[in-house]
Write a protein that binds this ligand. Sequence first.
Ligand code: SF4
Length: 371
Amino acid sequence: MKLTFPHMGNTYITAKTLLDDLDVDYIIPPFNNKKALEIGTKYAPELACLPLKINIGNYIQAYEKGADTVLITGGCGPCRFGYYCEMHRAILKDAGYEMDILTLEMPNQGVKELYRRVKKLAGGFNAYKIIKALKNTAQISKSVDELERLTFQVRPREIKKGSTDKIYKIFLNKALKTNGSEALKKLIKATEDELREVEVDRNFKPLKVGIVGEIYTTIDPFSNFNIQSKLGNMGIEVNRRVTISEWVIDHIIKNALHLPRDRSHIEAAKPYLGTMIGGHAQETIGNTILHAKEGYDGIVQVYPLTCMPEIVAESILPTIEKDFDIPILTLIIDEMTGEAGYVTRIEAFVDLLRKRKERTEHGRDWLLSGN
Ligand code: SF4
């Protein structure tokens, strides 16, 4: 068995940690690319959401390198994610690619079921090894997210433009070739040290923008045209509360152990969206409100065309925009989206935020001067 798994931003680091520590043979598909999207678009139904199309492209590119089994995380409704496993299976079969699909679902039956599935993946019984691998995977995913968050803070303040991007890109490539959680921990630490040494303007006060929306397109730089880096290089500090570690720890591990989970976004969203409707719609609403209360200057919602939960969230956001007086930009992405038009919209939004800030600060100075 030679496993592969789909790309979603830096998730491959978390996935490879688990597989390395379990000694499972795997192939990482090439980083998300145009060809993968073209392949997925060719085989997937036209109205399937973008992540499914890119996933199909990932599997076929990995198949060509020798992979025969796909490892994915599963989910249960109400959105299409619950059908991903079966859809992947059917699409690959119809396209003539003989690949098995293994689903590491969020087990409602608790920790025993999670353990049973990981044991099956590891191809044997070694309780110590499995528990250690799960613990290391959770730790690495948390550290990788913290590292990315550090890039969000350093990038807008760096003196020499491009320094953060350069360090982070080298890290992403080195992580591909680094085996095992211990070596990865060292690489993450060394990259963190490098980022902390980047020369920054400590007096610069960047505008702050929260990124919300569908998990795949907010996390994956290929699908969102590297929005976090683009905004950072325009001098904007971004934040994204939905992360892989939050998903692994809160969704999978805490759920399996029946531990209390972070409900802050659910509580915040309650007056506007009081129920889970699939995907990350409740996070989109709740996190927008939390960012507004934290004094953020704006919000960008990103989602793939036809994403049902985010369409609902988008219809609620104008009310939140008004109630919390915070500008919100929505960007919808599919395989036809052109980068130039997308960037123009981001630049126009940033201009609006800057003018707004200037007006507020000017008004405050005027009041303080007593004129
Ligand atoms: S959340 Fe949206 S993009 Fe993701 S599977 Fe569901 S419908 Fe598709």
